[in-house]
Design a protein around this ligand. Structure first.
Ligand code: PHE
Length: 454
């Protein structure tokens, strides 16, 4: 085809609209050329001049538009005109007489060559539009020009050729698209190939929070002597948090636990509060099951404390409860002693002092001989032991034999059953054992702290 390179080069100077116009003008030349092809060889030459790889005129124009505007679509006027020009020649609009066979074959070869030369989805989409476009596609054109105007005796033949062509091109489009897609996949496979020789991505592994670790340690100890683990709600009713634990409303002991009450909508049946201890689970457990009961209850509790090195509005407890027909004070102290020795080591001693809780009678406060100075009150290098402040004993937790009044709330027969309960503050225990001097670090989630307890 006689389109000189100079002319093509001059297209580079044009802006977007001018470029489209220039291409549309070239389309007239191309149409002329299409008209000149009479032998199959000439037609073949014409088609490869247009579409043969990067040298094909059409694809050279395509690249120019692509370079100018970043993308090429069927909406580009020049591109559309250029592709349609030969088609109009083959269609010889409205003039179909004689056998349409050759015209259909020319059209098919033209479309086949174009479709076969598309190498990516954008190019493919343009080729498909040339066939399918409702207003300017070949498919519509055949219907409009050939089928509608055809002489009656030619209609059946034209209809048949038309159907064959349509089927052929639709298959060709499908195949081409699949080939492009799998090509894309193949390229992607190469790009995304996993290189097993590269060093791996090391993701930081988390660890259990120290509080959770201490829970676990304590749970394991009690688990090994037949206790099971239950958990309960952090939002409680005053009944479970107080009344059923033998703490009536207006009892002064309620003042010991500055309580968070929830703001409830007007008309709410009962007030709700954040549990101030895990003891409500004593009641809930006994309500649910008959003796024997042996449970521990790990969990979060809340009190309206101002935060400082030893106070936090949220902290952790493990409740313990054992109730059966013949549980004595000896079982109680023996169990506690076993636990303390497991937790701090066999060298420690325990003692208890009288105390008061409304739901235990008698109530005690358990102490352990200071495990850090072997109960001497003196640090190893001399001077006062910083853990027990020279007292040689460390206050551990409150406990006691279950007050018979409590059994009344859960329909246990106070004459037949007995038991003990304890409530261990976990944060204090963890601080003691791991030498932490500020309870706040448990809640700050500073990884520099957390990393020290992997
Ligand atoms: N619930 C009490 C507290 O939080 C501790 C305790 C539990 C005492 C069980 C005796 C028996 O202070």
């Amino acid at each position: 085809m006689q389109i000189d390179t100079e002319l093509l080069g001059s297209l580079d100077e044009l802006d977007g609209v001018q470029l489209q116009k220039a291409i549309a003008q070239l389309a007239d030349r191309v149409q002329e050329e299409a008209g000149k092809t009479t032998t199959p060889e000439e037609e073949q030459k014409f088609l490869s001049d247009l579409f043969d790889g990067e040298r094909g005129l059409f694809w050279r124009l395509y690249s120019k538009v692509l370079a100018k505007s970043g993308r090429v679509t069927w909406a580009d006027y020049g591109i559309r005109q250029f592709l349609r020009a030969p088609v109009e020649r083959f269609l010889e609009l409205g003039m179909l007489e004689g056998d349409p066979k050759n015209r259909f074959h020319s059209l098919q070869r033209y479309m086949d060559t174009l479709i076969g030369s598309t190498t990516d989805v954008e190019k493919f989409t343009i080729a498909r539009a040339l066939w399918e476009s409702r207003s300017e596609g070949v498919k519509t054109a055949i219907g409009e020009y050939w089928l509608k105007n055809a002489k009656p005796h030619l209609k059946p033949a034209i209809g048949r050729y038309y159907n064959d062509l349509a089927k052929h091109l639709e298959d060709a489009l499908k195949q081409r698209y699949a080939a492009i897609e799998s090509g894309v996949e193949a390229v992607a496979l190469v790009r995304e190939r996993v290189d097993l020789s590269l060093p791996g991505v090391i993701r930081p592994t988390g660890s259990r929070h120290l509080i959770r670790q201490v829970f676990q340690e304590i749970e394991d100890i009690f688990f090994s002597i037949g206790f099971s683990i239950v958990e309960g709600p952090e939002i409680e009713t005053p009944y479970y948090n107080f009344e059923a634990l033998n703490i009536p409303e207006f009892h002064p002991v309620r003042d010991d636990m500055d309580t968070f009450y929830l703001e409830l909508p007007k008309g709410a049946k009962t007030p709700l509060l954040l549990r101030t201890h895990t003891s409500p689970m004593q009641i809930r457990t006994m309500e649910r099951q008959k003796p024997p009961v042996r449970v521990i209850v790990p969990g979060k509790v809340y009190r309206r404390d101002n935060p400082d090195a030893t106070h936090s509005f949220a902290f952790h407890q493990i409740e313990g409860l054992a109730v059966d027909t013949d549980i004595t004070f000896c079982d109680f102290t023996g169990t506690i002693e076993y636990f303390v020795k497991q937790f701090f080591g066999p060298g420690v001693k325990t003692r208890f002092r009288p105390s008061y809780f409304p739901f235990t009678e008698p109530s005690v406060e358990f102490d352990v001989s200071c495990p850090f100075c072997a109960g001497t009150g003196t640090a190893t290098g001399g001077g006062t032991c910083s853990k027990c402040k020279g007292a040689a004993w460390i206050e551990l937790f409150g406990a006691g034999m279950v007050d018979p009044a409590v059994y009344g709330f859960v329909n246990y027969d106070a004459k037949k059953v007995s038991g003990f309960a304890f409530g261990i503050g976990i944060d204090r225990l963890a601080m003691l054992k791991y030498g932490i001097d500020d309870i706040q670090v448990f809640f700050q989630n500073d990884v520099r702290f957390l990393r020290q307890f992997p």
